[in-house]
Design a protein around this ligand. Structure first.
Ligand code: E4P
Length: 218
């Protein structure tokens, strides 16, 4: 399973990348806004900075909601760096744009996925990645991880090549559950990635090892 970080914060991207386990980055307009990045020029130069930092796929989201606008914007984004994956929302015009980009060899990430039906449509259109938002589903009192399992089963039965990129991850447990459910990729905040490290028995065990070793110096 690949690990992406879900942020536009360069310091956090660098920290995750320095761990040596990072395979890519996802962003969205809200994450860009959180960093104070709004204009097209600023957004594009930020994507270039991310691509220079990480050797992996970087999802860059279009703002347009019409086919022509998505195509123009997506082609511009894809030209910024070979690792850019154009992120397209699951709407009617988005499905057409994904199909278009697929025919041109431009990779896409179909975002804002909340149902298996949407997942089938995105795969049929040729999306490279599919982003089900599991945390937001949990927030509605449904089970986001169940959706990952359902899509994984459908994709395996149908032989779809689209990779399931579990998004809207909120915790280390989400990461583990997505791995069990068959996600190909998880995109997570840095806190969830670092949370995987933690276990009190590891801390206690290490403290004991170091204390026992120190007895030899007494
Ligand atoms: C995924 O590509 C999205 O950027 C992200 O995972 C959304 O997460 P949120 O629900 O925490 O905003």
């Amino acid at each position: 399973m690949k690990f992406f970080i879900d942020t536009a914060n360069l310091a956090q991207i660098k920290e995750a990348n320095d761990l040596g386990i990072l395979d890519g980055v996802t962003t969205n307009p809200s994450l860009m806004a959180k960093e104070g990045i709004f204009s097209t020029e600023a957004v594009n130069s930020h994507y270039k900075a991310i691509c220079e930092l990480v050797n992996g796929d970087v999802s860059a989201e279009v703002i347009s909601t019409d086919f022509e606008g998505m195509v123009a914007e997506g082609e511009k984004l894809a030209s910024l760096h070979p690792n850019i994956v154009v992120k397209i929302p699951m709407i009617k015009e988005g499905v057409k744009a994904i199909k278009y980009f697929h025919s041109k060899g431009i990779r896409t990430n179909c975002t804002l996925i909340f149902s298996a039906g949407q997942a089938i449509l995105a795969a049929k259109a040729g999306a490279t990645y599919l982003s089900p938002f599991i945390g937001r589903i949990d927030d509605m009192n449904w089970d986001g991880v169940d959706l990952i399992g359902q899509i994984a089963e459908i994709y395996a039965i149908q032989g779809y090549e689209t990779e399931i990129l579990a998004a809207s991850i909120r915790s280390p447990l989400h990461i583990v559950k997505c791995a069990e459910a068959g996600a190909h990729v998880v995109t997570c905040p840095l806190s969830a990635i670092l949370g995987l490290l933690k276990h009190p028995l590891t801390d206690l065990g290490l403290a004991q090892f170091l204390a026992d070793h120190a007895k030899g110096k007494a």
